[in-house]
Design a protein around this ligand. Structure first.
Ligand code: 6U4
Ligand code: NA
Ligand code: NA
Length: 156
């Protein structure tokens, strides 16, 4: 039976630049990404997103804006990852290194896609142009996308 894990992914955005974190351990280790993780029992997706952002970057989001929703499947793995993606420009605090992440600002024209999950370059353009999207990616291992689709949506 397929089961779902609900996860969050948050990007801190300033005009012309975006905050990424180098994942130091666990799933996605060695890749630049937004901040996020599993939604816990008893919290909403939004609460989980804010908690993980704070835990991993030291930044407190006052509000989050929806960006997209991606379902990830991995061959030979029954678990589907349902990742809720947000961005924020409405936050307090300065990014700091944590046990899990080393934050760094990147300009919008110099995103290190070759050191990120291979799906990111396919949907970042939607985020940067404020187009809400839903997507699906089937992975073979951590590096190969076997199939995928992305579609713009009216709401999430
Ligand atoms: P623990 O071990 O409980 O601290 P937790 O922090 O809850 O883990 P974690 O770090 O495993 O969760 O979360 C994985 C993060 O990686 C989430 O923010 C979603 C993100 N992610 C997973 N697959 C991705 C992919 N293909 N592309 C992408 N982000 C992905 O851009
Ligand atoms: Na995490
Ligand atoms: Na967690």
């Amino acid at each position: 039976m397929a089961s779902k894990k609900v996860l969050t992914l948050v990007f801190v955005k300033e005009p012309g630049k975006i905050l990424l974190g180098m994942k130091k351990r666990g799933f996605g280790q060695g890749r630049w990404n937004g901040f996020g993780g599993k939604v816990e029992k008893g919290e909403t997706i939004l609460e989980g997103a804010k908690r993980e952002l704070l835990e991993e970057s030291g930044v407190t989001a006052n509000s989050l804006t929806k960006v997209g929703l991606i379902n990830f499947e991995f061959e030979k793995d029954p678990v589907i990852l349902e990742v809720h993606i947000f961005k924020t420009s409405d936050y307090n605090g300065s990014p700091m290194e944590t046990e899990e992440m080393r934050p760094q600002w990147y300009t919008d024209d110099a995103i290190p896609f070759d050191k990120m999950w291979p799906d990111d370059h396919l949907w970042f353009p939607y985020m940067f142009s404020n187009r809400l999207f839903e997507a699906y990616f089937l992975f073979q291992g951590m590096d190969v996308i076997v199939s995928h689709w992305i579609k713009e949506v009216e709401s999430l």
